[in-house]
Ligand binder design. Structure first.
Ligand code: SF4
Length: 467
């Protein structure tokens, strides 16, 4: 998972920092920037946050792209130039520079086709594949992207610079988000609406699945290259996207309130009794507040986020995650001693955080700890860009809810149902493959069969992964 942006229109490089900062929740491993200059396309990459880029305050550009990186394919960043975006590739018709959010399930086949044995990750492959097609199609972007859409299997929301133009496209199933905004002077595109909120754009819409948009000095051209059934990722609403973002027409915060509404009804049906509702900050807060309202219980901030620790789920490996999970929250035990708490979280992936939190609450005097989860059990891997790519990582794989409850030592455990999740999001076409094993692309299904048969190595899933 990554966050990508693209801006067309004269801008100072220092003004790109804020939009990129606002995508940090999608990736904090590395940041990259590319911009058109009189000497061609320039790139700069750094470990960690955008603040680590050495930006020339006086430099301006007419077109730029950027990305925050979270590794799901390829190694975590070991060598900044090799493993992080943006990637450049030369064609006889000009230089291409590209950023990508998503994951290509058939990347090994693409590598084979290109004869590339060494590559940083799937984004580098996409850059080379597009450059190859542009060379064959005499620089015709629409034809090249159209052919590429037939070859790539997986999720891809892409921003690129080709010569002096900004080029944007999204996979035909629309698995990862991508939106478009406009001011009087700029056209902007990004993974989420949050990142241009401060610019107050006049016009916003999602880039349509299968749509290609080319923005240049002579205006903006849009082409719908492919139409397929959409499979928007449900996890964008449950966990990944910023609460203020609107993804495929659904406000993320509002969806999370509805997830709480559905879960509260289950808690009532099960007759679970608690003295208060709390949340695991911050993603599940809207759901927990709605649940408290519906259950007639006080909402209390029992767990306070320790802001000196980064987002646990997107830590690059399990060991780092475990160390950080135990330091991530501080407990307000004033409200807790001798009380029964219903704590709400967005998901249980590996179970690391849930177990630590329940232990923490009990150690601080909770009499009972009931856990409610806004996402249904995640039972199988994601091959489309969320970092739970192997069965052994998943707490819910092959386990009953009761076995998971026991493992994390909760007094009760209530998961969202898949039907309630779908209703809360309110979109007819969703990817729920990690809940149902129904993968929306052929290679996703192939990789899953290999994983189930134990033929997909843990190290790399299907990619190189050195964590
Ligand atoms: S498998 Fe799950 S996490 Fe991956 S894209 Fe589908 S819904 Fe999202």
């Amino acid at each position: 998972m990554c966050g990508v942006i693209g801006i067309f229109g004269r801008i100072s490089l220092k003004d790109i920092v804020t939009p990129l900062q606002l995508l940090t929740h999608r990736g904090q491993d590395a940041t990259g920037l590319a911009w058109a200059s009189s000497d061609g396309i320039k790139t700069q990459k750094c470990f960690g946050y955008v603040d680590n880029l050495k930006i020339d305050e006086h430099e301006t550009t007419d077109v730029c792209i950027g990305a925050t990186r979270y590794p799901t394919a390829g190694a975590s960043v070991l060598h900044i130039e090799k493993f992080s975006q943006p990637y450049t590739a030369q064609t006889p018709y000009g230089m291409l520079c590209l950023t990508h959010n998503g994951n290509i399930a058939n990347m090994m086949q693409i590598a084979e086709r290109l004869g590339m044995q060494e590559f940083g990750n799937d984004t580098e492959l996409i850059a080379h594949l597009l450059a190859d097609l542009l060379s064959k199609n005499k620089g015709d972007m629409a034809e090249s992207v159209s052919q590429m859409m037939l070859m790539l299997d997986g999720s891809y929301s892409i921003t690129c610079i080709f010569n002096d133009k900004l080029v944007v496209f999204r996979d035909p199933k629309g698995i990862r988000p991508l939106f478009l905004a406009k001011t009087n002077t700029h056209v902007m595109t990004a993974s989420e609406t949050v990142c241009f909120q401060l610019e107050n754009p006049e016009y916003i819409r999602d880039v349509e699945p299968g749509e290609l948009i080319i923005i240049g000095k002579d205006g903006m051209v849009s082409k719908k290259l492919r139409t397929e059934k959409n499979y928007h990722c449900m996890f964008e609403y449950v966990y990944f996207s910023h609460p203020t973002s609107t993804v495929d027409g659904r406000n993320v915060y509002d969806v999370r309130i509805r997830l709480g509404e559905k879960l509260a009804k289950q808690i009532m049906r099960k007759g679970i009794k608690a003295d208060m509702v709390a949340c695991v900050p911050e993603t599940s807060r809207p759901a927990a507040q709605k649940m408290a309202e519906m259950l007639g219980l006080p909402f209390r901030d029992i767990l306070i986020r320790n802001w000196h620790v980064d987002r646990t789920f997107i830590m690059k490996d399990q060991k780092t995650r475990e160390v950080y999970a135990s330091r991530k929250y501080l407990v307000n035990d004033y409200f807790l001693k001798g009380r029964k708490v219903l704590i709400v979280d967005d998901s249980i992936v590996r179970g690391t955080t849930s177990k630590k939190i329940i232990e923490l609450l009990r150690n601080h005097g909770a009499e009972e700890v009931h856990l409610a989860i806004t996402c249904p059990p995640i039972i199988s891997p994601c091959y489309y860009g969320i970092d739970f790519a192997t069965y052994k990582e998943l707490a819910a794989h092959g386990k009953s809810v009761e076995a998971i409850r026991e493992m994390i030592n909760a007094d009760s455990l209530t998961y969202q149902t898949i039907d309630d999740l779908k209703e809360a999001i309110g979109l007819p076409d969703l990817c729920t493959a990690c809940l149902t094993k129904e993968y929306p692309t052929p290679y996703g299904a192939v990789l899953n069969r290999l994983a189930e048969d134990g033929r997909l190595s843990d190290e790399g899933r299907h990619y190189q992964h050195t964590d």
